[in-house]
Design a protein around this ligand. Structure first.
Ligand code: NI
Length: 183
């Protein structure tokens, strides 16, 4: 396996709409997925989309750490691969979520996200998968699916005052200090 180089904000690959994967079982695609998973773990991320490693294809990998699972959240265990995903909001309720991104190191911000989303796509064997994601699971797949459409989280933010460097954000941009902010 190979660690892949992560594209940072400003690189055009992050702003491009990625292409669908035609043959999931292609050994090159399978090897690339292994490399993505290794790269995500090495970088300490919970999700990684193919454009973030300079490959403009509709693939992302992610997992929901046990500590981030919320009550009533039926999150998958272990790393999940989603290919050619389609996300549909369930209802229009949104919530602010603190996000960071491996392509925007050192920063984080509060981003409006749907509380629940339906997802459909293919797993790494090419089998259809679908479900409804809530909580952190819903958060991470909206962030990763955005990468496939050339959207980075600051582009979703409605108040850039809620973005900051890690140390300052964890000190000043806490759930308590942003309470009452409109989504
Ligand atoms: Ni990201």
């Amino acid at each position: 396996m190979t660690l892949l180089k992560i594209a940072r904000m400003g690189h055009p690959v992050l702003l491009r709409k990625a292409d669908p994967v035609e043959n999931v079982m292609d050994p090159a695609v399978q090897g690339f997925i292994d490399d993505m998973i290794e790269t995500m773990h090495d970088a300490g991320g919970v999700g990684l989309a193919a454009p973030q490693v300079h490959v403009s294809k509709r693939i992302f990998v992610y997992y929901v750490p046990e500590a981030r699972q919320e009550e009533g959240e039926d999150a998958p265990s272990g790393v999940r691969v989603l290919i050619n995903p389609v996300l549909t909001p369930v209802g229009d309720e949104q919530v602010l979520r603190m996000e960071g991104c491996l392509s925007i190191p050192g920063l984080r911000g509060w981003v409006p996200r749907y509380m629940q989303v339906k997802y459909e796509g293919l797993d790494r064997e090419g089998k259809p998968v679908s479900g409804v994601a809530r909580g952190f699971h819903a958060n991470v797949i909206q962030h990763e699916a955005d990468h496939l459409d050339g959207v980075l989280y600051p582009m979703r933010m409605t108040d850039l005052g809620l973005m900051g460097f890690d140390a300052e954000a964890s000190r000043f941009l806490t759930p308590e200090t942003i309470a009452g902010q409109d989504v």
